[in-house]
Design a protein around this ligand. Structure first.
Ligand code: F6P
Length: 513
């Protein structure tokens, strides 16, 4: 079944990760699992509201059994409001495109985390092929008439260029969710020009921060034969508007879960399961991350260790719940960080408690449902986000959205995109363990009035820029561009192109630019 709320202007979202997976239960029945990452939750909110089609890799082991002959299934399962179109990838394609080029190449290239990017020609070939496959699916899903295509993230940098060969008139916007590297770092990528040209096949290209947008424009100036005028680029006879538009969370949905009277039961269950009701426990901290080397989890554990060394009185009072969601585990750098985190937690628990599994760190190595996650945020005295580099980090914003009681302190790395907006958090440098440990101490000892004042200010910021403000910043821009002539024939690109660049950049109201 295909569903569209607004038949005139359906939205097509394209991403690697799907919002819902179908998986086999041991009893042979099929379960639907919602993807819990911040980005998937945010885009799902947008699609529930707007309707249309979301195209993504079908990764669940029962995904193929529930779709129609075109790979389509209506979602969300309980209240279908849009169509999920699944793309099938072979094991080899997944290995080379997803694990290889996207996550061993582009991911470490874009994050400053001292992990060496790996670029292999076979991975790049697979990346190109899979991007072309996504483009063909978009072309099949495009309804007659105009519609907006909204492509997500570093897995799919070439989709717009491939799509344009099939559907020259299509209008596309692209959001790069992670940091964009400085040109000096970008130069490590042998195919940087192809990637940038692929991105410039979009009508609108959006980054999280002004810093990312600036790095991209610098890269274009260095590497491409393109005209850059303010936030508009003329390249290969096409104009692309480049903006910064930081992503937000579905604030109302999180707040609704947080204010549900039934949540108390969930909180009580977590207290029991994590032994937070042990006699003597007075302070609870939380951290929620994918097990990724960018998240600064080892640095966080070092800071907790330092804190407990400096403050012996906290040894029997503090419990820290660390949720670690295994991620990209087939990649060695991910398997390594997971093993190092496991070992470090065991070490700290043995040092201050009764053994590797029985100490101040309560380690939960699985994803939580949204309800559980919100319950965890609500029982915390403080939440730690300590990324070494992060495009945005939606855990920080989710924590704030869940705290309508104005309790809880957010300890936030200044290396996250979120730190640019959430200046009322306690900002830390994860590379400075003493300073980090002192910030944890300050969070624990913070007077109630100061907590409330800071949380109130944070909530104003997060509510004021939720996912429903973020999406229109991009999609309204795209739709505005439809009135402008953004395709310039190559032989006229010189004079006329320059005029158009001037006209468009003069009239632009770029967010954050
Ligand atoms: O932040 C980048 C991103 O790709 C997000 O879109 C997503 O939430 C997260 O990483 C999860 O990654 P993966 O899809 O590899 O599990």
């Amino acid at each position: 079944m295909t569903l569209q709320k607004d038949a005139g202007r359906p939205l097509i979202v394209v991403s690697n990760r799907e919002p819902y997976l179908h998986v086999h239960r041991p009893d042979g029945t099929i379960a639907v699992v919602a993807t819990t990452g911040g980005v998937a939750v945010a885009l799902d909110a947008l699609m529930r509201e707007r309707g249309g089609t979301w195209i993504a890799h079908g990764a669940g082991n029962a995904d193929a059994e529930v779709v129609d002959s075109h790979g389509r299934v209506a979602v969300p399962p309980k209240e279908p409001s849009y169509t999920l179109r699944r793309i099938w990838l072979s094991q080899e394609e997944e290995k080379r495109y997803y694990n290889g080029f996207a996550n061993e190449g582009l991911w470490p290239l874009s994050h400053i985390v001292h992990v060496r990017p790996r670029f292999r020609s076979e991975d790049w070939d697979a990346y190109q092929q899979v991007n072309a496959k996504f483009a063909r699916a978009v072309s099949e899903e495009l309804p007659t008439g105009q519609s907006s295509v909204f492509i997500q993230d570093y897995h799919l940098a070439l989709v717009a260029a491939d799509l344009r060969r099939l559907q020259p008139e299509v209008r596309t916007a692209f959001f790069w969710h992670i940091p964009w590297p400085h040109p000096d770092r970008l130069r490590m990528c042998p195919w940087r020009v192809d990637i940038m040209k692929g991105l410039l096949a979009n009508d609108l290209l959006a980054f999280q921060l002004e810093r990312d947008r600036r790095n991209f424009l610098l890269g274009v100036r260095d590497e491409l034969d393109a005209e850059v005028d303010g936030g508009t680029i003329l390249s290969g006879g096409r104009l692309t508007r480049v903006i910064a538009a930081p992503i937000g969370v579905d604030f109302d949905r999180i707040q609704k879960v947080a204010s549900d009277p039934g949540l108390e039961q969930e909180v009580a269950r977590l207290f029991r399961e994590e032994r937070l009701d042990d006699p003597g426990i007075e302070v609870i901290g939380v951290g929620v991350d994918r097990l990724d080397y960018t998240k600064g989890i080892l640095e966080r554990l070092d800071a907790i260790d330092r804190l407990l060394t400096n403050r012996p009185d906290l040894r029997s009072k503090l419990a820290f719940v660390q949720v670690g969601v295994p991620s990209r585990s087939k990649i060695r750098s991910y398997a390594d960080i997971e093993a190092r985190i496991d070992a470090r937690i065991g070490e700290i628990n043995s040092k201050y408690g009764n053994g590797p599994d029985d100490g101040p760190i309560r380690y939960r190595k699985s994803a939580l449902t949204l309800r559980r996650l919100v319950a965890l945020y609500r029982l915390a005295d403080f939440c730690v986000v300590s990324s070494l580099h992060d495009g945005m980090n939606l855990v920080a914003k989710e924590f704030v959205a869940a705290r309508e009681d104005l309790g809880g302190v957010l300890v936030l790395s200044e290396m996250t995109g979120a730190a640019q907006e959430l200046t009322d958090a306690l900002l830390i440098n994860p590379y400075h363990i003493d300073g980090f440990a002192r910030a944890l101490e300050r969070a624990i000892d913070m007077p109630t009035e100061e907590r409330a004042r800071r949380m109130w200010a944070l909530r104003r910021t997060v509510a004021g820029r939720d996912v429903f403000r973020w999406a229109p910043d991009i999609l309204d821009h795209l739709e505005d561009l439809e009135d402008a002539d953004t395709i310039v024939s190559p032989w006229r690109a010189g004079r006329r192109g320059t005029r158009l660049v001037k006209r468009l950049s003069g009239g632009a109201s770029n967010v954050g630019s």
